[in-house]
Ligand binder design. Structure first.
Ligand code: ATP
Ligand code: MG
Length: 355
């Protein structure tokens, strides 16, 4: 019997509503599988907590989370609490302190009706973006000089360490080898003459250890075009923090939107718990109405199962999402249906039992 300890941080707004449905799925898996069990502990952190206590999470929050196998996060954000505080003090803090340097974003079209392109089928959009998640353009380094003066200058520094660049690229090569897929590096060496020239060099160097992996290297502008015009050419993509952030939202746009976008924040060494989350935010405009789409949060559970090496469950969850999208009876509002958040979850577990 395998037991996994999962820390729940539902957060704010629809985060709470969709995490409920994810937990419903986990409890159902536990029921169906005699060899698996999960234990849960809920942490009430987020913007509401901040408004009550002045803190996004407890001082010793990181220590509290340390012993868990995974963190399952809803969303953080609240009108009146600036994003840079809420994200910095919770989401980014956990990513930093647990060294979750790999961000995995599947860009997979689960149903052809969800893409804005008339000529694209499911098999045309099915790839994985591996985004550097710990440094790069989002290092926070920089300087604000002569503020308010005519000679004002602002510097925002990208930090690309040997260690940080090598480990993400190596992770991507390993993944490409394991899955026998091509690997595409996305960078911008023709304009960012330090960081991206270095990135390209490391990509080539590490590649020497993986002669079996077929590689491509694209400039980010060209890659953006291909994400839209010819996504079929990608299998595994590795890129920097900023480029990955932008490209994966393009990816969400071509595969059904935020209600279906999931992301995993991984510490591959398993020294710390990895974190799984739907990509969307707290969506204050629909919070509390029970109409949020829980499928992104449920897809995160599929990623969590893969991470736990329970890939069969990961696959079954994905198949059940595909089935929901196909038969259309229980589609949530954002996908053109009228099912409530909990109705989608209830129907989902029924499907899971059949699969
Ligand atoms: P935050 O401030 O936490 O980032 P947000 O308003 O920016 O919240 P996003 O998640 O970025 O929320 O989403 C933008 C809009 O997309 C939402 O306001 C909502 O209308 C819609 N949306 C996002 N996620 C979902 C979902 N799971 N189900 C239905 N609609 C969603
Ligand atoms: Mg947002």
């Amino acid at each position: 019997m395998k037991n996994f300890n999962i820390a729940l941080i539902p957060g704010d707004g629809i985060g709470v509503e969709v995490i409920n449905e994810g937990v419903k799925v986990l409890k159902f898996i536990e029921k169906l599988d005699d060899n698996l069990s999960f234990s849960f502990e809920t942490f009430p952190w987020g913007c509401e907590y901040y408004l009550e206590t002045g803190k996004m999470m407890d001082e010793d929050g990181i220590d509290k989370l340390k012993g868990f196998d995974a963190v399952y996060l809803g969303a953080v954000g609240y009108p009146g609490v600036p994003d840079h505080i809420s994200l910095r003090d919770l989401l980014i803090r956990i990513r930093r302190e647990f060294d979750l340097y790999v961000n995995l974003r599947p860009i997979t079209l689960l149903n052809e009706e969800l893409t804005p392109f008339k000529d694209k089928r499911e098999e045309d959009i099915d790839f994985l973006v591996i985004r550097e998640n710990s440094e790069g353009e989002y290092s926070g380094a920089g300087e604000w000089l002569y503020r308010g003066k005519p000679e004002e200058v602002v510097l925002q520094t990208g930090v690309f360490s040997r260690k940080g660049t090598e480990r993400i690229i190596r992770y991507a090569y390993e993944e490409a080898r394991k899955q026998a897929k091509t690997l595409t590096s996305v960078s911008k060496g023709n304009a960012l003459n330090y960081s991206m020239v270095f990135w390209d060099e490391v990509f080539e160097e590490v590649g020497k250890e993986y002669p079996d992996v077929k590689t491509y290297s694209y400039l980010v502008d060209a890659a953006s075009l291909y994400f839209v015009s010819d996504p079929g050419r990608f299998e595994i993509v590795v890129t920097s923090n900023l480029f990955g952030d932008i490209l994966t939202d393009i990816g969400a746009g071509i595969t059904g939107g935020l209600g279906l976008a999931t992301g995993a924040n991984i510490n591959p060494e398993k020294k710390y718990p990895s974190m799984f989350e739907p990509v969307h935010g707290s969506a204050p405009d629909i919070a509390g109405e029970g109409i949020a789409n829980p499928l992104a949060a449920i897809w995160s559970i599929s990623q969590m199962m893969d991470y736990f090496e329970e890939e069969e469950w990961g696959e079954k969850i994905l198949e059940s999402i595909i089935a929901i999208l196909k038969n259309k009876e229980f589609l949530p509002r954002d996908l053109g249906g009228s099912a409530s958040t909990s109705e989608v979850g209830d129907y989902f577990v029924e499907l899971l039992e059949i699969k």
